[in-house]
Ligand binder design. Structure first.
Ligand code: SR1
Ligand code: MG
Length: 416
């Protein structure tokens, strides 16, 4: 059968014959289907049957956010499936279990996380999750280290670089929406009224334009590791006891700092949006402080786990232990680690800054700010985030640690 989008009515008939799905749900006559997709790209169904539930995700041949005027290849589902299998192998339990993949129909059937909600929603609602930043930092370190030439055989990594190089269309979205469009008056851009003066200043900042394109160069050409590629708080599901990362359809090979930087950016935006969600002035101050602490925990866990893997799992061709420890040069391996982490840190800060900018100036905004009904309040929160983003992009070389980043987030950098 050629590709055809599912509907709640057609899904039971179309998937009734798929054994792994049928086994998890029971008799198709008793299946109940809801379409719950609220993301920018895909159809997502929750299917509940007499004995269980599954999520069925299907790519659409266009960008759902924009409509069929923006075609998008179905093969993003193929890249998502392959990324999920690798993330599960590199950090077991970090992603939903996959039950079935159909390349022609661009369908992935996976574990239904019935107790979970999207992290972004939880943060907006003022909820806290034990060990959140630490778990996400571990995920980044494990998937990014183990997907690189620090860990994989050269043949396996080169094979994966070639495989994920096919994810052209989704990389193109990132390349334009993250690194280019925010910095000029691109047709699909929008921003909150009241930000005009600040937007004009940012778009006239030539150093910023150059730095953003330098970051784009790194994203497009430094194939260091398999990235999730879209690691924001909408790509994380949380319950009181569990944290999972979802939606790696933007997976590609790129710089190690990309995922970490994007993720931290989304925590910073979550914190800076809190005044807009406060029930009364100051009521969310503690929550914002907690979110900033979790952003610090992401980097601390990432750095610690990356160092642990460096010391114990450096099985790839880069910085081989045969050249260092085996020669009695363990101290040089530590120096090399510090150098690598320093570069990842500077990259991450830059990616963090451009991610903040594009969520406020570009096409794809985030609910942290969008849910703030008071336009003046929203613009004020966004202005602080924009100013922070600029400092991160331009000042990456002079920022020593996450404590400095969160201190900057607490300051009002718009005040001159
Ligand atoms: C046109 S897609 C816009 C954004 O949605 C996805 O979640 C990615 O973040 C992408 O940049
Ligand atoms: Mg997504």
């Amino acid at each position: 059968m050629t590709y055809e989008p599912l509907t709640p009515d057609t899904l039971p008939r179309r998937l009734a014959g798929v054994t792994p799905i049928r086994e998890r749900l029971g008799d198709p006559a008793g299946w109940r289907v809801r379409e719950v997709g609220d993301g920018n790209l895909n159809l997502v169904f929750i299917v509940e049957g007499p004995v269980g539930a599954v999520v069925v995700k299907q790519a659409l041949p266009y960008v759902r956010l924009v409509g069929d005027s923006w075609p998008l290849p179905l093969n993003r589902s193929f890249f998502e499936y392959h990324a999920l299998t690798r993330q599960e192998a590199r950090d077991p339990g970090s992603v939903p279990e996959v039950f079935h993949f159909d390349e022609v129909q661009a369908i992935i059937a996976m574990e239904f996380l019935g107790q979970h909600i999207i992290l972004r929603r939880g943060l907006i609602e003022g909820k806290r999750y034990a060990g959140l930043g630490q778990r996400l930092g571990l995920f980044c370190a494990r998937t990014l280290f183990r997907g690189s030439d620090l860990s994989m055989t050269a043949a396996a990594r080169k094979g994966d670089v070639a495989l994920f190089a096919g994810n052209v269309a989704l990389c193109d979205i990132t390349e334009n929406l993250v690194f280019t469009d925010p910095y000029f008056d691109a047709p699909l851009n929008r921003h909150t009224p009241g930000l005009e003066a600040m937007v004009a200043v940012l778009r006239a900042d030539l150093s910023l334009k150059i730095a953003a394109q330098d970051l784009k160069t790194a994203f497009a050409s430094r194939a260091e590791t398999m990235l999730h590629g879209d690691l924001h708080t909408g790509s994380v599901m949380v319950s009181d006891t569990d944290i999972r990362v979802i939606d790696p359809e933007f997976a590609t090979y790129g710089p190690i700092g990309f995922d970490v930087g994007m993720l931290i950016a989304n925590f910073l935006m979550a914190a800076l949006s809190q005044p807009g969600h406060a029930e009364s002035p100051g009521a969310r101050d503690e929550h914002a402080t907690w979110i900033l602490g979790e952003a610090e925990a992401i980097w601390a866990a990432f750095r610690g786990e990356f160092a642990r893997l460096w010391r114990g799992e450096r099985t790839g061709m880069l910085y081989p232990s045969s050249l260092y420890e085996a020669q009695g040069h363990g101290a040089a391996a530590e120096l090399a680690l510090a150098g690598v982490l320093g570069r990842v840190w500077r990259d991450a800060l830059g990616f963090c800054g451009v991610e903040i900018h594009r969520r406020i100036l570009g096409l794809a905004h985030n609910a942290d700010f969008e849910r703030i009904a008071d336009v003046g309040m929203r613009a004020a929160c966004e202005a602080r985030a924009l100013a922070l983003g600029r400092v991160l992009v331009l000042g990456a070389g002079g920022i020593a640690d996450m404590g400095q980043v969160t201190a900057l987030a607490r300051k009002d950098l718009t005040a001159g």
